[in-house]
Ligand binder design. Structure first.
Ligand code: UD1
Ligand code: CA
Length: 452
């Protein structure tokens, strides 16, 4: 049985932020959310998050996660002290405990799996995730006898000059046999340079302990400041983009594109430069997105094109063309084979198939049928200053240029709205509606000059 504990009580002073460090976001998820997700693969029976600095805020940020236990560390007296807070919570627990740092967000699930498997195969008291770093400065150094049996961990600040030469470092990720760990935790002393209780001392008391070197040392990068946050974002982006390219997605100029790791793409999607895909977005095969587009939390069907447009919280069905300069927001649904064009904004609007809104329109809170043609400059006046109202437009209806549809209003099927109309009352099927002042022409009329 496996339990997971995440150390997340620290303030993260170097972030220079009001927000606790572990709540900072990396792509669409916070640091601590990423750490929680990275250990899903080992199916932990219990998940404990140790909180301290702005603990309430950290808790609130994890509201959507179920079965998380929060452990308070009111004073932050070191990583060993944080682990000591677990003792009453894990009383009677006889399984293994994975300990992760809340500020190490790039771990791959397989790495954690390997750590746990090594731990269990060797029946270790503790197993340590280590890395060989080109620049190990700042990290605790790990000394082993033979290949991977641990003899000692020494914090960077407590290292001799000779010990500092060792490039094998402690990632701060551990797997412990909980009963053995619980027995040594109360023995920790704060007799070090920082006067803190070190979790690494507990490791030094245990035996046998082996280490597992992580293959890609970028995985154990800790976030202490904004520069490291940006570096981690780039690493994550590279991973995500490489994955999609391997799976058959074309990225034109990948450096100018960003893709959250919550996005799903099918083979033969093409992403053009300066395009950003965020949140729970999915794009189906054959679609071409960009250049210059932002899509968030939206589902895009097959063979859709999106050019210089912004789409959020919306659905676009197959073979539809969007843009340039279209804005879809607030639960829009665009049917199949539609064309939504230049300078069009749709909000909370559902369009049937083969419907066009090609130029300069705003449709808010509107439902249309199929094969509707919304003429250039058509506007739904959906807001009376207090409430929003709906507009309904039947199949095959056409609105003339510069029509204003004052909601609540229903236009039937096969209606024609004359250009420049301000339509305030419902229109039945098969009608022409003209709602504008009749043109007046005064023949032979001339401005009278004051002279004559
Ligand atoms: C720790 C390790 C070091 C390792 C490094 C890897 C110790 C003594 N040293 O050092 O060997 O190379 O991680 O990144 O453990 N935290 C608490 N409560 C506390 C103190 C810390 O919850 O009282 C949390 C922090 O929020 C953070 C994590 O523990 O998420 C690590 O603490 P930090 O102070 O950053 O440890 P390091 O000095 O980096
Ligand atoms: Ca750290």
């Amino acid at each position: 049985m496996v339990a997971v504990a995440i150390l997340a009580a620290g303030r993260g002073t170097r972030m220079k932020s009001d927000l606790p460090k572990v709540c900072h976001t990396l792509g669409s998820l916070s640091l601590v959310e990423r750490v929680l997700n990275s250990c899903l693969a080992v199916e932990p029976k219990r998940r404990l998050v140790i909180v301290g600095y702005q603990g309430e805020r950290v808790k609130a940020s994890l509201e959507s996660f179920v079965n998380i236990e929060f452990v308070e560390q009111t004073q932050q007296l070191g990583t060993g002290h944080a682990a000591q807070q677990l003792i009453p919570y894990l009383d009677g627990f006889t399984g293994d405990l994975l300990v992760l740092n809340g500020d190490v967000p790039l771990l791959r699930p397989n790495t954690i799996k390997l750590l746990l498997e090594t731990h269990q195969a060797n029946q270790n008291a503790a197993t340590l995730l280590t890395a060989q770093l080109p620049n190990p400065q700042g990290y605790g150094r790990v000394f082993c006898n033979g290949q991977d049996r641990l003899t000692q961990i020494v914090e960077d600040r407590d290292c001799t000059a000779a010990q500092k030469q060792n490039r094998r470092i402690n990632s701060g990720i551990y797997c412990f046999n909980w009963p053995k760990f619980a027995k040594v935790l109360p023995q920790l002393q704060a007799n070090n340079d920082q006067k803190e209780y070190y979790i690494t001392d507990a490791v030094n008391y245990l035996d046998p302990v082996t280490v597992v070197d992580v293959e890609d040392y970028q995985e154990i990068l800790g976030i202490n400041d904004r520069k490291q946050l940006a570096t981690a974002y780039n690493i994550l982006q590279t991973r995500v983009k490489e994955t999609w390219m391997e799976r058959g997605v074309t990225l034109i100029d990948p450096a100018s594109i960003t893709i959250d790791d919550t996005v799903e793409l099918q083979p033969d999607v093409i992403i053009e430069p300066q395009t950003h895909l965020r949140g729970k977005t999915a794009i189906a095969s054959g679609s071409r997105i960009g250049p210059g587009s932002l899509i968030e939390n939206s589902q895009i069907g097959e063979n859709v094109t999106v050019l210089y447009s912004v789409i959020s919280d919306s659905v676009v069905k197959n073979n539809t063309r969007i843009g340039p300069y279209t804005h879809l927001r607030g639960h829009v649904e665009v049917g199949e084979s539609c064309r939504i064009g230049n300078f069009v904004e749709l909000k909370n609007t559902q369009l049937g198939d083969r419907t066009n809104v090609a130029h300069l329109s705003y449709l808010g809170d509107t439902t249309t049928g199929d094969r509707v043609n919304v003429g250039a400059g058509t506007i739904t006046a959906n807001y009376d200053g207090v409430k929003k109202h709906r507009t309904k437009i039947g199949d095959r209806t056409k609105t003339g240029s510069n029509s204003v549809l004052v909601a609540p209003i229903t236009l039937g099927e096969d209606v024609n709205v004359a250009a420049g109309s301000i339509v305030t009352e419902d229109v039945p099927n098969d009608s022409l509606v003209i709602a504008r002042a009749r043109q007046v022409v005064k023949r032979g009329w001339r401005l009278k000059s004051s002279e004559s």
